[in-house]
Design a protein around this ligand. Structure first.
Ligand code: NAD
Length: 306
């Protein structure tokens, strides 16, 4: 049974994942490379909880109890030595992740489960040289991890079934909807679906078909509204497969099929415009974006309440 969790990397994903388990009464230690990163993570968690309380999604006792379940460390061994589940949320660089697994090996218990929050690497790649590969799996959370329900769980041929069961059990107890993939595939399910839409959205933007706001509006007021309730396959059934035969057959040859990151994204990143966290991306934001995250979280809480 998983009684203690360690989260490695306290950035966009790590702090939210830690908060989630802490809210489910599980003690969590968050590790990062430097103390100031942990201070930022703590501030983000306090802010997240404050928004949740203001929106009456949690009460003061729950807010306090969550904070009490969290500890912070810049000592990796101290953070992981007694953890039953270790979740890595460090940057999406394969060498970093493989290096981390080797570092962890002598520090963790022989029954500890290690989960990667990778967005893109297949589990087989991560497991190749991993010293505890039979206890390695992927738990793919979505940003913001403390609010978005879905977690994709990916195993490989040799992942021990009890490890998958234990992690799924804990995730469900923390209120998550768990989907376990039958087969390993890069990007899993959600990011493949998202990437297909994002590729076309940037194509439409670059072609000047509409401005960013209108492209986003088309999604959130149209397909997005339906997708919050039903997936694309059920929607195809509802519309009639004869219609979808025409839609897909006529439109697929017209769709963008580029195999590189969109030019717009590449140029923005070069200029340091990374989105709300730097104040500019596709849109412009006031400040460095933490206030924008509050608005996003409020909207998601309203959706969750529905
Ligand atoms: N951001 C998203 O929307 C999102 C969604 C799902 C999955 N992911 C995945 O989650 C992982 C983390 O992404 P993120 O957006 O939170 O990144 P991030 O850059 O916000 O945070 C990464 C954190 O890891 C720390 N770190 C760097 N190297 C480390 C090391 N060797 N050991 C320990 N800590 C280290 C950094 O200091 C930083 O605080 C990536 O694999 C990413 O693909 C991200």
């Amino acid at each position: 049974m998983i009684k203690k969790v360690a989260v490695i990397g306290s950035g966009t994903m790590g702090h939210g994942i830690a908060q989630l388990f802490a809210a489910a009464h599980c003690p969590v230690t968050i590790y990062d490379l430097r103390a100031e990163l942990l201070t930022k993570a703590r501030r983000m968690i306090i802010q997240n909880l404050e928004v949740m309380k203001k929106e009456s999604y949690i009460n003061s006792d729950e807010q306090k109890a969550t904070l009490e379940m969290l500890s912070y460390s810049t000592d990796l061994s101290e953070a992981v030595h007694d953890a039953d589940l270790i979740i890595e949320a460090i940057p999406e660089v394969l060498e970093f992740k493989l290096q981390l697994f080797k570092l962890l090996e002598p520090m963790i218990s022989s029954t500890a489960i290690v989960a990667s929050n990778t967005s893109t690497f297949p589990i087989t790649k991560l497991a190749e040289e991993c010293p505890f590969s039979e206890r390695l799996l992927i738990t793919h959370f979505f940003n913001p991890a403390h609010l978005v329900k879905l977690v994709e769980v990916v195993k490989h041929e040799h992942t021990l079934p009890w490890a998958v069961e234990e992690v799924s059990h804990l995730l469900k107890a923390a209120g998550k909807k768990v989907v376990i993939l039958n087969k390993d595939i890069p990007g899993f399910i959600a990011n493949r679906l998202q990437a297909a839409v994002v590729r076309e959205a940037f194509y439409l933007l670059e072609e000047g078909i509409a401005d960013a706001d209108d492209i986003d509006k088309v999604m959130s007021e149209g397909p997005g509204m339906r997708w919050a309730l039903n997936g694309p396959l059920r929607i195809a059934d509802m519309g009639g497969l004869d219609i979808w035969e025409k839609v897909t057959g006529n439109l697929f040859p017209e769709l963008d099929c580029s195999t590189e990151a969109p030019r717009f994204i590449v140029e923005s990143v070069k200029q340091g415009n990374l989105g709300s966290k730097t104040g500019k991306g596709i849109y412009e934001y006031s400040g460095t974006g933490e206030g924008n995250l509050d608005i996003r979280d409020k909207q998601l809480i309203h959706l969750l309440k529905m």
